[in-house]
Design a protein around this ligand. Sequence first.
Ligand SMILES: *Cc1c(COP(=O)(O)O)cnc(C)c1O
Length: 375
Amino acid sequence: MINFNRPPFLGTEFDYIRQAVENQKICGDGPFTKQCNEWIEDKTGTAKALLTTSCTHALEMAALLLDIKPGDEVIMPSFTFVSTADAFVLRGAKIVFVDIRPDTMNINEKLIEDAITDKTKAIVPVHYAGVGCEMDTIMDIARRHNLAVVEDAAQGVMSEYKGRALGSIGDYGCYSFHETKNYSMGEGGAILIKDESKIPDAEILREKGTNRSRFLRGQIDKYTWVNYGSSYLPSDMNAAYLWAQLQEADKINNDRLASWQKYHDAFELLEKKGAVRRPIIPDECKHNAHMYYLITESLDTRTKFISYLKENGVMAVFHYVPLHSAEAGQKFGRFHGEDKYTTNLSERLVRLPMFYGLEEKESDLIIEKVCEFFK
Ligand SMILES: *Cc1c(COP(=O)(O)O)cnc(C)c1O
């Protein structure tokens, strides 16, 4: 069976984890965490990056830093993972879902302005499959209405929009290093902070409401409780695993892009015949091959397609159940405008196995079985 995902692993992770153990520094903010933070800052040009225990927690930090309160409204797509909404629901916000674009499956920027009310506080674009949202338009809307922008760039590490790294464009950007993402530490993430003046608050929030970060830098001689906070910092052992991968980020990225392109070329004919629709990458976007999906003709075709692949040793999966149709989505949110594409496309989308180290013979078999099904 070819699994849908295989966690990224290079081999060098063991050496770094051993070093972390030998350093006798396995708690948070040790040397590996620092190296990962700096790597993200260099790569993206953001003022500050801080590793977190997950992307979910990075989103929670952003919601707290923005002081989201009960009654506030936050605009996002319904076609996303639950964490995008949860982080703001935890602060008591109402989620306002808008429809996606049919090409990228990203939030339709043209529908955002109409969903804004006097309660709106933030827009949360999700860069689906590591393909950038129309950020110039979104940032312009946010500026004109005095709203914050939090990028859910969980899938967007190493991707760009008009030459800028995803996650570095909005006020806050959130990365995921979960085992299903391009670069991993098992569970983990990062928050990217654009405005330097927000860094002290973020550090305090992440360190249980204390100024331990300043203490670790030798700026004060003891640390105390200065504000509310939580524990959003990962163990340096996890950061050691991630550091091995960030060092080889180009190698991982190129390997994924090659598998992605192989699929894309192989399915061109199927698309011409009208059997499937392939992913669309806008010219201004550089993607990271986080995902390869196909859009089938109907829900029925998709169901048969997934079981055909499974019978033939290939795990393909679908997602997302649109958040506005879920029990919690109905309780905590509302859909603004018409659901033209969200439900329809979510019922027709299939993701093929895509991971670092997908072998030629594996992708050959997957391609063969996909083409066989649509024959
Ligand atoms: C994976 C993912 C998350 C959650 O990431 P975790 O690190 O598992 O918390 C959030 N949003 C999107 C779009 C994701 O794909």
